[in-house]
Design a protein around this ligand. Structure first.
Ligand SMILES: [Zn+2]
Length: 405
């Protein structure tokens, strides 16, 4: 996951707001990382930034110039020569003759030899940041930033490259051409391109204002886990339609998960283990893995989880499980959740104040002090915790706000 903190868009944004480019980049990076943390996204070990990889970018362009895949123009820019790379267009299955015809030619790109050629290095311009480098002054083009950062951290060839469908052409075609022309090695083994997020039947886009922001949704009371589930629950190549209904459905599903975790955590039953359970848990684990191995078939994988939840509830209702069984069942759910990250936090993650209230209330129940236990239930409710009394004792779960609008 690279941070292209110098490109045309951020330069335009800085000019419009009057903020320095690096301040703007930090601001949006911080917002992104905070949303990512709220949505329980795995943050990569390295988040490379283009502005800290100018040396690598320049070295890559120097190789392309040396090998005749790139040329300079009068204003100090460097372009990639598409005619030198016959494999261009294979990813997007383009017709080489028809490529880029009709594509808007930037005013600063008129100097290039062929309309299809793309910029690697932009010559210095007043009001734009510029680096003094071995290939002359200027700044990197966007496409080369991605290649240089990927190769610096993952090597000349790596397994998987992801991105939105809108990046296949020209961005990813350009990445392949400039990387493979420089190294002579295959750049990427597998490309995963995700469909656009939709809202109200149209593509979600900053440019049209058809947009829902993570921060605003969470501030409006949507549970981060419900939002995460809504976002992951549709196959990456199918367009996900974001709506109040999809959030409400995800919120209801999160409540089902919270309820089963609470039930499994409190259930007690001495007696024999359920003879069918281990096989059932193993089958679920295998089916879950097989679904994801099938081009990340998330719908099938989630169906495995919710089928298992239904089955576990049924076995608990019939008192078929032993206490040890529920421990193993919970462990399986937590294992599957290593991928999904939608289960409630374990009790050990509770705020100490809430944990103390729960303990106090359980003790009050045991002492048949119902006045105290009712008061403590209200106090816990104020902390967003619902407590129920079951034959297995006190059971709690965090409330999921499903919020509309
Ligand atoms: Zn990129």
């Amino acid at each position: 996951m690279n941070i292209t903190d110098i490109d045309d868009k951020i330069i335009r944004g800085a000019a419009a707001t009057g903020e320095p480019i690096d301040v703007l980049a930090e601001l949006y990076l911080a917002m992104f990382l905070s949303d990512a943390a709220a949505l329980r996204m795995t943050i990569p070990d390295v988040l490379p930034r283009a502005t800290r990889h100018v040396d690598e970018i320049v070295a890559l362009i120097a190789v392309l110039l040396e090998r005749g895949h790139a040329y300079r123009t009068d204003d100090g820019s460097v372009f990639f020569r598409i005619a030198s790379w016959p494999a261009y267009g294979r990813l997007a299955r383009l017709d080489p003759e028809g490529m880029r015809v009709g594509e808007r030619v930037e005013a600063d790109e008129y100097g290039k030899d062929d309309v299809r050629d793309f910029v690697l290095w932009k010559g210095p311009k007043p009001g734009e940041p510029s680096w003094e480098t071995a290939i002359g002054p200027g700044r990197p083009g966007w496409h080369i930033e991605c290649s240089a950062m990927s190769m610096r951290h993952l090597g000349p060839s790596f397994d998987i490259h992801t991105g939105g469908v809108d990046l296949i052409f020209p961005h990813h075609e350009d990445e392949i051409a400039q990387s493979e022309a420089a190294t002579g090695q295959p750049f990427v083994g597998t490309w995963l391109h995700c469909a656009h997020l939709q809202m109200g039947g149209a593509k979600m886009a900053k440019s049209t204002g058809n947009i829902a922001r993570v921060g605003a949704l969470l501030a409006g009371g949507i549970s981060p886990r419900a939002l995460r589930l809504a976002l992951i629950s549709v196959h990456y190549r199918a367009g996900l339609n974001h709506s109040d209904d999809s959030l409400a459905a995800a919120g209801a599903a999160i409540e089902r998960l919270d309820a089963v975790v609470a039930a499994l955590s409190t259930y007690t039953q001495t007696g024999p283990d359920d003879p069918g359970l281990d096989e059932r848990l193993e089958a679920a684990t295998i089916a879950f893995g097989e679904a994801l191995d099938d081009d990340l078939n998330i719908s099938a994988a989630l169906a495995v989880v919710f089928d298992l939840v239904r089955d576990l509830n049924r076995r608990m209702e019939r008192r078929l499980l032993s206490t040890a069984d529920t421990g193993r069942a919970l462990e399986t759910l937590r294992d599957l959740d290593e991928v999904l990250a939608i289960l409630p936090d374990a009790a050990t993650d509770l705020e100490p104040e809430v944990a103390a209230l729960l303990e106090e209330r359980a003790a009050a129940r045991t002492a048949r002090d119902f006045a105290s236990s009712d008061r403590l239930r209200d106090e816990l409710a104020a902390h967003g915790i619902t407590v129920e009394d079951t034959r297995d004792g006190q059971r709690w779960r965090r409330n999921v706000e499903v919020g509309h609008g």
